[in-house]
Write a protein that binds this ligand. Structure first.
Ligand code: ATP
Ligand code: IP8
Length: 265
C-alpha cells in the first residue's frame, strides 16, 4: 500500500503577505516542481493544503470575519474571501498540472461545518475518492459555515490536522517563509534561534515565545499554527521547513536531513 504524505504550502511562502491578492508565481512554480519530482521518485499518495496569505487574510480582516458574519456587507466580504481563495487555489493547481501532477481543487466550504471556529463536521469522502484514483486533492484555508457564528474561517492548518486524524499520513511537511519555529519572530528579532524540535518538555516555552505573524493573519499566525500542529504530531511525522529556500521541500519529502522544526509531542 502506498504511503500518504501531506504538504502545506504556507500563505507566506506562496503569496506576498504585504500586497493584496498577490501570488509569488516563481516561488509557487518552483515549489510545485520540487513536490512533483519527489512524488515521482517516491510514488506516495499526496494531499496538498495551502494557506490564504494575502488572498484570504486581508479581505477577511477588512470585513471583520474572524468572529463570523451578521451584516449584508460582511456576507459580501465572506463571498469575496472565498472567491479570492478559489483564485489562489486555481493557480496552485495549475502549477501542479504543469508538472504532471493531476491536482484537483477541493474547496472546504462545501465539506466543512464549524462551531465557534472549530471543525465539527468534515465530509472527507471526496478527498478519499480522489486519492483512491491517484489524483492529488488540493484543499485550502477557507470561509465555512459555523453553527454559532453563521460563518467563520477554517485555517489550512486546521484542515490538515483534521484530515491527518482520518487519513493517518506517514509524513506531514509544512512550508513557510522562515526556517521553522524560532524563540522569537526571526524577521524582527536578530537574536531569534531556531527550535529544531518541539517536544512535551519544551512545549510551554515554545507557546510562550510565539507572538503570531505580524501581517493580517485572522487564524492566529505562528501560534495558531503550532496549536494545530500539536494535535497533528500524534498522527505522523511533522516538519516545518522554509519553502522559500530552493531544494528544501524536495529534500524533506525524499527523507533527507533538512533544516527545520520537527514536532514530536
Ligand atoms: P498562512 O497561515 O497564510 O498559510 P504560513 O503558514 O506561511 O501562512 P504564517 O501564519 O504567516 O504562516 O506564519 C509564519 C510567519 O510567522 C513568519 O513569516 C514569521 O515572520 C512569523 N513568526 C512570528 N513569530 C515566529 C516565531 N516565533 N517563529 C517563526 N516564525 C514566527
Ligand atoms: O492561511 C486562512 O487559512 P490559513 C484562510 O491557513 C482565509 O490560516 C480565508 C483567511
Amino acid at each position: 500500500m502506498k504511503e500518504t504524505v501531506f504538504v502545506k504550502l504556507g500563505g507566506s511562502a506562496i503569496t506576498d503577505k504585504d500586497k493584496h491578492a498577490t501570488a509569488k508565481h516563481m516561488e509557487l512554480a518552483r515549489i510545485a516542481e520540487e513536490i512533483a519530482s519527489a512524488r515521482q521518485a517516491k510514488g506516495f499518495e499526496l494531499v496538498v493544503v495551502h494557506g490564504g496569505g494575502s488572498f484570504g487574510h486581508v479581505t477577511a480582516k477588512k470585513h471583520g470575519l474572524a468572529d463570523g458574519f451578521r451584516t449584508e456587507e460582511q456576507k459580501r466580504g465572506f463571498a469575496e474571501t472565498h472567491k479570492l481563495m478559489v483564485e489562489l487555489n486555481q493557480m496552485v493547481c495549475d502549477e501542479f498540472l504543469k508538472h504532471g501532477v493531476p491536482a484537483i481543487g477541493v474547496p472546504p466550504i462545501h465539506l466543512v461545518l464549524q462551531d465557534r471556529k472549530r471543525i465539527t463536521h468534515f465530509d472527507t469522502r471526496p478527498v478519499e475518492l480522489l486519492l483512491a484514483e491517484d489524483f492529488v486533492p488540493v484543499l485550502f484555508g477557507d470561509v465555512v459555515f459555523d453553527i454559532a457564528l453563521n460563518g467563520s474561517i477554517c485555517s489550512g492548518d486546521q484542515i490538515i490536522s483534521y484530515l491527518a486524524k482520518e487519513l493517518r499520513p506517514k509524513q506531514i511537511v509544512l512550508g513557510t517563509d522562515v526556517d521553522g519555529i524560532f524563540t522569537a519572530d526571526p524577521k524582527t528579532d536578530k537574536k531569534a534561534e531556531l527550535i529544531e524540535e518541539v517536544t512535551n518538555a519544551n512545549l510551554p516555552e515554545v507557546l510562550a515565545a510565539l507572538s503570531g505573524a505580524k501581517t493580517h493573519d485572522v487564524t492566529g499566525g505562528m501560534k495558531g499554527k503550532v496549536s494545530e500542529l500539536i494535535e497533528l504530531s500524534k498522527s505522523g511525522d511533522v516538519l516545518i521547513i522554509n519553502a522559500s529556500k530552493p531544494g528544501r521541500f524536495r529534500d524533506a519529502l525524499l527523507g533527507k536531513e533538512v533544516v527545520g522544526t520537527r514536532i514530536r509531542v
